[in-house]
Design a protein around this ligand. Structure first.
Ligand SMILES: [Zn+2]
Length: 199
């Protein structure tokens, strides 16, 4: 069984990371209870699960929660910042980082729309020159471009934000990985139980 199928069992509409963060009390996550019921520990990585939901189930409703979670985490690292910066900088870093965390294999190519091939003038299919199999991999340039999509700034200015951008990306990837491992461990255990039952 694939991760997609496991995740499809749950209804992520009920999850709200914001309430958990903002009020510190018992999170209002019905999805948390659903996950606990099949023996997966949500608490290990709530953001990671929300990321997987948004990514695998293409669920846009949790997008706001992810941005918010990234922002909270970012504000912790930005405490080290000595100079002044505009009030929307942290929001732009958070959104750009979440965009990347949701498309770790790269952004969908704008030329071939993810197909990886283009038709030439004779209507023959040719590999798209703008991407690798439909995806444009993330690098420092595309991160800068993504940041500017939310908050236009000079390249040299962005350079000073870049360590924070990287830091939040690393955090998001770690959370996602932890959630994936939790699901995989549970799937393995289920598989082994099923094997035992058969033998
Ligand atoms: Zn392409």
């Amino acid at each position: 069984m694939s991760i997609e199928k496991v995740l499809a069992k749950f209804n992520p509409k009920g999850c709200s990371y914001e309430q958990k963060v903002a009020h510190g009390g018992k999170p209002l996550l019905s999805v948390e209870d659903q996950i606990a019921a099949v023996g997966i520990t949500w608490k290990r990585s709530p953001v990671g699960f929300v990321l997987l939901f948004a990514e695998v189930l293409n669920d846009k409703t949790v997008r706001y929660d992810l941005n918010y979670a990234a922002l909270i985490e970012l504000q912790l690292v930005l405490n080290n910042w000595r100079g002044s910066y505009g009030e929307y900088v942290s929001g732009a870093i958070a959104k750009a980082a979440v965009d990347e965390a949701l498309t770790l294999n790269g952004q969908i190519c704008g030329e071939c729309n993810g197909a990886g091939v283009l038709k030439d003038k004779k209507r023959n299919s040719r590999p798209c020159q703008a991407c690798d199999e439909g995806r444009v991999k993330w690098d420092k340039d595309s991160r800068y471009a993504r940041f500017c999509h939310y908050l236009p700034t000079k390249r040299e200015r962005y350079e000073s934000f870049y360590p924070y951008h990287e830091s939040i990306l690393k955090w998001l990837r770690g959370e996602r990985e932890a959630a994936l491992l939790a699901i995989q461990a549970r799937m393995k255990a289920e598989y082994e139980e099923a094997e035992k039952a058969v033998s």
